[in-house]
Design a binder for this molecule. Sequence first.
Ligand SMILES: *Cc1c(COP(=O)(O)O)cnc(C)c1O
Length: 360
Amino acid sequence: MKKYNFSAGPACLPDQVLEAASLSSKQFSKTGISILEVSHRSKDVVDLFNEASDRFRGLLDVPGNYHILWLQGGASTQFSMVPLNILPDNGIADFIETGSWSTKAINECNKLGCAKIIGSSKEKGFTFIPKTVTQNADSEYLHITSNNTIYGTQYKRFPEVKNKNNIIVADMSSDILSKPLEVRKFGIIYAGAQKNIGPAGVTVVLIKDDLLNLNLRDLPTMMNYQVHVEKGSMFNTPPVFNVFVVNETLKWLEKIGGLDMMHKINKSKAEKLYDEIEANPLFISPVKSEDRSLMNVPFVFSDEYKIKDSEFLEFCAKRGLMTLKGHRSVGGFRASIYNAMPESGVDMLISAMRDFRRNI
Ligand SMILES: *Cc1c(COP(=O)(O)O)cnc(C)c1O
């Protein structure tokens, strides 16, 4: 039976990507050795990194004055690396708090400067995106989380930035490459790969030229964006296999028809799932409708039904629909329907929701 993995991350990858990953572990390119043992100083690997960056630049239409970095430490390291590089001592940065990931970014920023929370949906369980926010004129940058993986909210329009240098920084871990994006509106974009573009262990960072070399403090070498730019993301041994898998995912995205087409497919998948949640009296979505994510769809049993979550989860698992348990802080269910989740998986889930309702 085909299994569909609705996990929020590490998440599903396209079959052809897993196939290529598997082959590469035996033999990478024409090297005759496994990707797991090949030197990052070899031409094949340098070419691989350039190819991945070029594809990424092409798909997302990244302007020439932005660098693309392949780093380690996950998006969580970026919570510190961003302020280390662009927030002066005693400087302030604006944050919109839309979930636990933004809270973590706020906490790390506060160790170096002052994170001002200019908008938060915490009181309402992070079920919406705050839109009327007043930015501080003396703030160095505004930080947002474009898609809130746990709570299932997503920016449909990004805020106009109004701070000292008009810089917006975005954690796009869970929706990068799910739709076209105006990169030029951002100073830094970062994303851990394991939600939408590859395996855990590599983080893509886009950084605008003029944010490099600010020399605000004596940085640990590994924390310095400039070093990684100069070394082509190979200051130390990079995660070669992970970048290989990302590159295969990028090939797959190109074959699908790029981000316009991917967005169309993602919208179609999400719409039908939200439609079912609305139509099925058993389920409700806790999220404000205008802010609902195309990537992570949390839903819960409506209060009138006294059914244990585990019953529906087991019902789904018998049909090969896996990892639908909601985040421990939200409960209920969460279907993560990233790029690689085929429409057939969403259709199967909708059938399961209907059949389960029929059977009670
Ligand atoms: C998963 C996730 C993170 C954390 O990523 P790591 O790579 O595990 O550090 C940060 N932000 C968002 C939005 C996420 O979804």
